[in-house]
Every structure is written in structure tokens, then in C-alpha cells.
Design a protein around this ligand. Structure first.
Ligand code: 26W
Length: 849
């Protein structure tokens, strides 16, 4: 067979002068696509796999991004723009292709081009391996914020870690979670560009030496035990229908030389290669713990590694732009996404003091003005603290700097409050209660000018409890910025049908200004609109029903109420409360086989941390209940329980649009914000929830009458704890609850095995740390309300429409505007396409550094 270079038959319609690398006409896209298949993948259609086609399309789209990316960098360099640096150990970006098609505004053209080539765009989109470089809420929030920052034309660099293995893939075997490594880079990543020319060195271990410099000043030199190279990999982050393409810069660890030459020359070839392997281990794998801190050395190494890379990179940018280091805080607003990057406070001090010979006072002023700190959790087990032993062996110089920061800080505390040793012990950066530890949240608080929580209740609780002493010392630092999510991914990309309906009524301005979606309120009682709304929800449910059948073998009825809880599996999120409801419904039907109840499909998905035994047991319980319920002929289509494996960004996208009911049932005071709650409500699901996190603000926004509220408040939880909580009493006094628990304990759902769920049952009856027993009956009653309301079709539809209409506040665009105004003090810098600006673009003269 003779292979020829790709050639298309026929004429380009209208746009014959389009550049093959940037044009967006359908014919041009087809030509560019086949061109990339040939020149990048080295394939032709007869041999190409679906994945080859995906890659060819990804490169075609990337080509169309590059002009914007390069122009953005050029403008920022030329204007020396003030820049946000978002430091996060996690970025849960999700697949890039679909999002880039939306943001470029070429989804329809590309779909047509693929159709004309007899390819299905949906199938190609499904081929993308998502970069799962995060655990859950915190990592996904970082991704939504990058989308909004670019869409609002704010100069931004996202800094993080290029984990070779992201969050594990979840398999379900015999009802149990099984973890599989996530080899997301296996077939290459078309969205990143390595920039080895900007590599930096990061030191670890060793010792410090004090000396006097030429001016007779006290200086410290750090003599490390090892050095690791950080190689940046850049991914463009395009804003929605703007020319801004910001950069996500992720760092990979490498050995400084491919060989340790000394060892090599001694004939120790394997020893030499070993060092390379050890260095590269640093960025091998994401820690899969969510909300549980573990004092693992490699985790601290990862944190320091990426933070040092990021700060050195910012210093390089300043030097290149010939800005004096005294202006560091004017050039960069650096945000710490939780305490994972909090070591940045000590590292910036070290760089300014030791490497750039600045004095303490100006260096400290710059540092404090540079950083903002976002707290994402109140759970005590999530607060990071590192043992002095580990810390001093890995970062000896940083420990000295932290001691000095602490000493000066506690002097100020004494000055303000006198010698109140209790208070000083509580505020100290060093925890001496039970062994000695560095408290990372304290370092972040002292080293930042602003500290924020992520929902109104969470920020209030931070100030009243976890960070109370800091709040009393510098109240002006504290603020709240309620989380938001990007409507581009979570409505436009995930729910195209709803997007078209809304746009056909009010135009498409709402995609950039979600407050505008309020204008659909006038249609909330319009029968024609309601009819279309219902039809779309039904089609989205049919889609999920097909996915469930395909992945689990369970057939569900799209006309039943889709009741969905998807999120990390955690005791405080109370998936097991939801399962108690499932068992209760099951028992009600069994006791009264003719019971006329609202048919429901309960859908669960989420990963458990591999070492979190109880969470894994909850997954097993869900699957065990599902097995009994789904095959019981008495139950029929009135109740189904399904656990969808491997919850991630890609798998979640069809879920939100298909929900009737969103489960947000955490114990009050435990969920900092939640963001899934927002994605559901935006897509017209009604929420059943507690007064926790952002639920409170969602309820205020959509109206109490359009929200199913139940359960203890934060105050109730505190009071009940104080008066002595006795979970077993609820069990003994409530026959329905007793029956459900007894069934779990007796082996009803475990083929007679009474030991399987015993740890869970004992925990609930004896300790019940998250108060399921107290909230059980109010939850069941509230679910009864849900079932009643669902029967009133018009009422339900009206509530659903009003939920979507009133969710404008929860766009990440609003959240980012608040960060820009309150914390970062940064302005938009619009980018024009080069051709619009000057004849020859930004690249008139060629220079090299
Ligand atoms: C050190 C172990 C560890 C790892 C991750 C501790 C804590 C975390 C994160 C802070 C956990 C997390 O993702 N928190 C979630 O952050 C979301 C975004 O603000 C909130 O919406 C969720 O309520 C919060 O649980």
C-alpha cells in the first residue's frame, strides 16, 4: 500500500486563506487534524486507533491555543504585570480537550469536522486520560480557580507537582475497593511542554554554617546532603472566550546528573543509577489521604520541593524583568492552598536572607505582604505538624528561620497580652504538648497578610475555635471567601442540553456572569419551559442509567427519583446515614409489599483513602446492601442502590446533570464548604442537607422553601457532646433504626457473616463520633418530605428551575473577583491576538538569554 501525505478532497468553504495551524473553519480543522495524525502520530486512518485520533485532535486544539499562550506570556513580560501565584500540592484538572473546545468557542465546528470524517467527538473525548493530580475538593477548587483567573484575564501562574501517578484508580471487587496505580502519562501528554532550560536545584538535609560576610554581617550557609533538580512542565490554561492563556507549571524531580560520576568511576554503576532513582521518587506519587495528616518524610520533601522550585522560578522572572527583589510582594501575590505549601514562608525568608543577602526586617515585611493563606478544614486530624526530628534532618536552615520567626512573634504576643503562658503555648509555631512539632497552620498564619476560610460558617468557626488565638491577635487578617465552581465545566460542558435551553431564553451572557441566570426565574412556572426542563433532566438520567448498566450491570429506571451522593468516602460525610435510609425504605416495602412509595435510585460514588479502614468498610456496606436490595423481587423498580466505581472528574461530569436529589448530609460543622453541593444545585438538583459549610449559603440563595433541611446544628452538636451523647439510646428507642442496625449486625447483608460489619456497628452504637444516631429520624422524615414533593411534578420542576436560577453567587468567577479585590489587589490584563496588535506580532527581534 502506498501512503501519501494527507490530502483532503474538496474546497475549503469560504475560508481558503486560513492558516492550517490556527484556522477554525471546518475544512481547515479537518486538514489540520489529518496533518497531525500523520506528522505527530505517524499514522494514517487505516492504522489509527481511537487514541491516535484523540491525540491528533488534541494537537490540533493545542495549535490553536499556542498563539494565545505565547501572546499572553509576551504581554505579561512586556508590562511586568502583577501576577497571582497559586501554590497548591493538588490540581484536579480533569480532561483538557472538551474544556479547551468550550473556552476556544469551537466545540460545534470540531464536532462537525469529526462527523464529516466519520468520527464521533464524544468517543474521542472519552479517550483522554485525566490528570488526577488531586484527592478531592481542594484540588478541584484549584482547577476551577485557574479557569476563572484566565477567564477574568488575571495574570496567573499555578504552581504544583507533576506526580507521575495521580490519585489511584478504583476498582470494586466483591464489593471492596481495590486500588490500581494511575498511569496517566503512559501514552504521552499532549497538553504539556517541558521547559528544562528553566530547571532549578533544590537542597535537602545536611547542616548549616554561620559566618560573617565581607561587610561583617552575620550570614548562614546551608551545606546540603543532597540536591535534586526540578524540571518545569507547562500546561496552558485558556480562559473562556478571551485571548488569555495562563500557565500551570508543574515540577518533576530529577537527579542533577544522570550519573554519580564518582561512584560510576569506582565501578559502582548500579549505585550511581540508584541515586537517580531515589531523586525521581520524590514526585512519583500523590498521597491519597484526604483530611488525614501522616508524618511521612517523602510528603514533606514533596512540599518543600515544589515550593522551593516555585519561589526560585518567581525570583528568576523578577531578575529577568530587571525588577529589584524589594518589589517581590508587588510583583507576586502568592496564595497558599491550605498548609501543604506553608513551608514557603520559611523558604522565601531563606532565599531573601541567605541567597540575596537581605536583612531580616525588610525580608520579613516582604514575606508577610506576599502570602495569603486559605484554610480548607477544621478537622483536627487534617492539621499538619512535622516532628522536629524529621524537620531538622531535612530542612535544618528552615528550622532555624522558624525559630527566629517564632521568637519575634511571641515577643509581640507578650507585648500585646503580657505573659500569658497558656496563650503563648497555644500560639507558638512549635507544639510542645506531646513531643515537639512544627505547626504548619501557625507558620502560614504568621507569615501571611490574609487568612480565609471557604464558606461563611467555616470562616466563623475558624475564628471562634481552631484559629481563635490568632484571630484575637490579628483580627484584621481574617476574612471569608465562599468557594465557587466554574460554570464552563460544570454546566456548559457537562450539561449541553440545559445550556442550550437557558441560552435560547436569555442569551449566553450567563456563562461569563452567572448572576444573569436569575433571568430564567420568570419561566419557573411556565408549562412549556417546565416541560423542556423535565425532558432534559430525563435525557440526562437515561444517559446515566446507560453508564450504570455498562459499568455495574444494574438496570435502573430513569423515571425513578435519582438520589445521588458522590464525594470522597469519609465518616463525617456520612454515606452510612444515607445507607441507613436505603435499608429503612427496603424494610418498609418488605413489611408492606403493596406500599405505594416514590420509586428511588440511590447512586453512590467516591474513593476511600487506602489506609482508612472504616471508609472502606462503608463502601463494602453500600455494595452489600445494593446486592440484597437489587435482586429482591418484592422490591422491583421501587428501590435500587448502585455504587459507581472510580469516581473522578471525567466520570462525575454526566452525574450532576442527572440528579434529582443531592445528598449533602455531613455532621454540622465538619464540612468546610463542599463544592459538589454547588455543581448539583446549578444543574437543577434539589438538596437534602444539614446546616453545614456552603449548604447554609445555598439555602439562603435558593430559598428555604426550595431546600430540604434536617438535622442538628453546629451548636446542637456541641451542646449534645457536652451533656453526654449516648448513641445507643436512639437505637433502643427507635424500632426502625434498631431494625436496620440489627440487620447489618446479624449478617443480613453479608451472607450471615456477623463479624464483617461489627467494627462499624460498634462504632455507631458506642461512640458515633459523627452523630448519625441523633440525626437518623430527622433525616428519614425529611426524606419522606422529598418523596411527597417529588410526586407533585409541577412543584418539583418549579423548585428545580429556581435552584438553577438562584445559584449565580456560586460561580468561581465571583469567588476569584473577591480574592482579587480583598487579598491579591490585582487587576485584569487583557490580551490581544498578535495580529490585532501589530503587523508582525510580538516577535520583531530575536534575542536569547
Ligand atoms: C495532610 C492531609 C490532608 C490532605 C488534604 C489534609 C487536608 C486536605 C484537604 C484540605 C482536604 C480537602 O480537600 N478539603 C476540602 O476543601 C474543599 C475546598 O475548599 C471544601 O469544599 C471541602 O469542604 C473540604 O473538605
Amino acid at each position: 500500500m502506498q501512503i501519501q501525505e494527507p490530502q483532503l478532497q474538496g474546497q475549503d468553504t469560504g475560508m481558503q486563506c486560513e492558516d492550517d495551524r490556527t484556522g477554525i473553519g471546518v475544512e481547515t480543522l479537518k486538514r489540520a487534524f489529518l496533518d497531525n495524525l500523520f506528522y505527530v502520530q505517524g499514522k494514517f486512518p487505516a492504522l489509527a486507533t481511537k487514541h491516535d485520533y484523540y491525540m491528533a485532535l488534541a494537537y490540533t486544539v493545542r495549535d490553536r491555543l499556542l498563539q494565545r499562550w505565547v501572546n499572553t506570556a509576551a504581554i505579561y513580560t512586556q508590562e511586568g504585570s502583577r501576577t497571582v501565584a497559586y501554590l497548591s500540592a493538588e490540581f484536579l484538572m480533569g480532561p483538557h480537550l472538551g474544556n479547551n473546545l468550550i473556552n476556544l468557542g469551537i466545540y460545534n465546528q470540531v464536532q462537525q469536522a469529526m462527523t464529516e470524517l466519520k468520527l464521533d467527538l464524544k468517543e474521542l473525548l472519552a479517550k483522554e486520560e485525566e490528570p488526577g493530580l488531586g484527592n478531592g475538593g481542594l484540588g478541584r477548587l484549584a482547577a476551577c480557580y485557574l479557569d476563572s483567573l484566565a477567564s477574568l484575564e488575571i495574570p496567573t501562574l499555578g504552581y504544583g507537582i507533576r506526580y507521575e501517578f495521580g490519585i489511584f484508580d478504583q476498582l470494586i471487587r466483591n464489593g471492596w475497593q481495590v486500588e490500581k496505580t494511575d498511569k496517566w502519562l503512559r501514552y504521552g501528554n499532549p497538553w504539556e511542554i517541558a521547559r528544562p532550560e528553566w530547571a532549578v536545584s533544590v537542597k535537602f538535609g545536611g547542616r548549616t554554617e554561620a559566618h560573617k560576610n565581607a561587610q561583617g554581617r552575620y550570614r548562614v550557609r546551608w551545606i546540603p546532603h543532597k540536591v535534586v533538580l526540578g524540571i518545569p512542565y507547562d500546561t496552558p490554561i485558556l480562559g473562556y472566550k478571551v485571548n488569555t492563556a495562563n500557565t500551570l507549571r508543574l515540577w518533576k524531580a530529577e537527579a542533577p546528573e544522570s550519573f554519580d560520576f564518582e561512584a560510576f568511576n569506582r565501578g559502582n554503576y548500579y549505585g550511581a543509577v540508584d541515586q537517580k532513582v531515589t531523586s525521581e521518587n520524590l514526585t512519583k506519587v500523590l498521597y491519597p489521604n484526604d483530611e488525614t495528616y501522616e508524618g511521612k518524610q517523602l510528603r514533606l520533601e514533596q512540599q518543600y520541593f515544589f515550593v522551593s522550585c516555585a519561589l526560585q522560578d518567581m525570583l528568576r522572572i523578577m531578575l529577568r524583568q530587571k525588577l529589584p527583589l524589594e518589589q517581590f510582594h508587588e510583583k507576586f501575590a502568592v496564595q497558599l492552598n491550605d498548609t501543604h505549601p506553608a513551608i514557603a514562608v520559611a523558604e522565601l525568608m531563606r532565599l531573601l536572607l541567605d541567597e540575596h543577602e537581605m536583612d531580616w526586617e525588610p525580608a520579613w515585611e516582604i514575606t508577610q505582604k506576599t502570602f495569603g493563606y486559605t484554610n480548607h478544614t477544621l478537622l483536627p486530624e487534617a492539621l499538619e505538624k512535622w516532628s522536629l526530628k524529621l524537620f531538622s534532618s531535612l530542612l535544618p536552615r528552615h528550622l532555624e528561620i522558624i525559630y527566629e520567626i517564632n521568637w519575634r512573634f511571641l515577643e509581640q504576643v507578650r507585648h500585646k497580652f503580657g505573659t500569658d503562658e497558656g496563650r503563648i503555648g497555644r500560639l507558638s509555631l512549635i507544639d510542645e504538648n506531646d513531643g515537639k512539632f512544627v505547626r504548619m497552620a501557625h507558620l502560614a498564619c504568621v507569615g501571611s497578610h490574609k487568612i480565609n476560610g471557604v464558606a461563611a460558617l467555616h470562616s466563623e468557626l475558624l475564628q471562634k475555635t481552631t484559629l481563635l488565638d490568632f484571630y484575637e491577635f490579628f483580627p484584621e487578617k481574617f476574612t471569608n471567601i465562599t468557594n465557587g465552581v466554574t460554570p464552563r465545566r460544570w454546566i456548559v460542558l457537562s450539561n449541553p442540553k440545559l445550556t442550550n435551553l437557558i441560552t435560547s431564553c436569555i442569551g449566553d451572557n450567563w456563562i461569563k456572569h452567572l448572576e444573569d441566570v436569575q433571568r430564567i426565574e420568570t419561566y419557573a412556572e411556565d408549562p412549556g419551559f417546565q416541560q423542556e426542563w423535565q425532558q432534559i433532566k430525563r435525557e440526562n438520567k437515561v444517559n446515566v442509567a446507560e453508564i450504570l448498566l455498562d459499568r455495574t450491570g444494574v438496570k435502573v429506571d430513569p423515571d425513578s427519583l435519582f438520589d445521588i451522593q458522590v464525594k470522597r468516602i469519609h465518616q463525617y460525610k456520612r454515606q452510612h446515614l444515607n445507607i441507613l435510609h436505603a435499608i429503612t425504605l427496603y424494610n418498609q416495602i418488605k413489611q408492606n409489599p403493596n406500599l405505594d412509595i416514590t420509586p428511588r435510585t440511590l447512586i453512590f460514588a467516591g474513593k476511600a483513602a487506602p489506609g482508612y479502614y472504616i471508609a472502606k468498610l462503608i463502601i463494602k456496606l453500600i455494595n452489600s446492601v445494593a446486592e440484597v436490595v437489587n435482586k429482591d423481587r418484592d422490591i422491583g423498580d421501587r428501590l435500587k442502590v448502585v455504587f459507581l466505581p472510580d469516581y473522578n472528574v471525567k466520570n462525575s461530569q454526566p452525574i450532576y446533570p442527572a440528579a434529582d436529589l443531592s445528598e449533602q448530609i455531613s455532621t454540622a460543622g465538619k464540612e468546610a464548604s463542599g463544592t459538589g453541593n454547588m455543581k448539583f444545585a446549578m444543574n437543577g438538583a434539589l438538596t437534602i442537607g444539614t446546616l453545614d459549610g456552603a449548604n447554609i449559603e445555598i439555602r439562603n440563595a435558593v430559598g428555604a422553601e426550595n431546600f430540604f433541611l434536617f438535622g442538628l446544628t453546629t451548636e446542637d452538636v456541641g451542646a449534645l457532646r457536652l451533656t453526654g451523647y449516648r448513641p445507643r439510646e436512639y437505637y433502643e428507642q427507635n424500632p426502625q433504626l434498631k431494625q436496620a442496625i440489627d440487620q447489618i449486625a446479624s449478617g443480613y447483608f453479608s451472607h450471615g457473616d456477623r463479624s464483617l460489619f461489627k467494627p462499624l456497628v460498634d462504632l455507631l452504637l458506642d461512640k458515633d463520633p459523627f452523630m448519625l444516631m441523633a440525626d437518623y429520624q430527622p433525616y428519614i422524615d425529611c426524606q419522606q418530605q422529598v418523596s411527597q414533593t417529588y410526586r407533585d411534578r409541577d412543584r418539583w420542576l418549579q423548585m428545580s428551575i429556581l435552584n438553577t436560577a438562584r445559584m449565580g453567587k456560586f460561580s468561581s468567577d465571583r469567588a476569584i473577583r473577591e480574592y482579587c479585590q480583598q487579598i491579591w489587589k490585582v487587576q485584569p490584563v487583557p490580551v490581544q491576538l498578535a495580529a490585532e496588535k501589530t503587523g508582525d506580532g510580538w516577535f520583531g527581534t530575536v534575542t536569547s538569554d
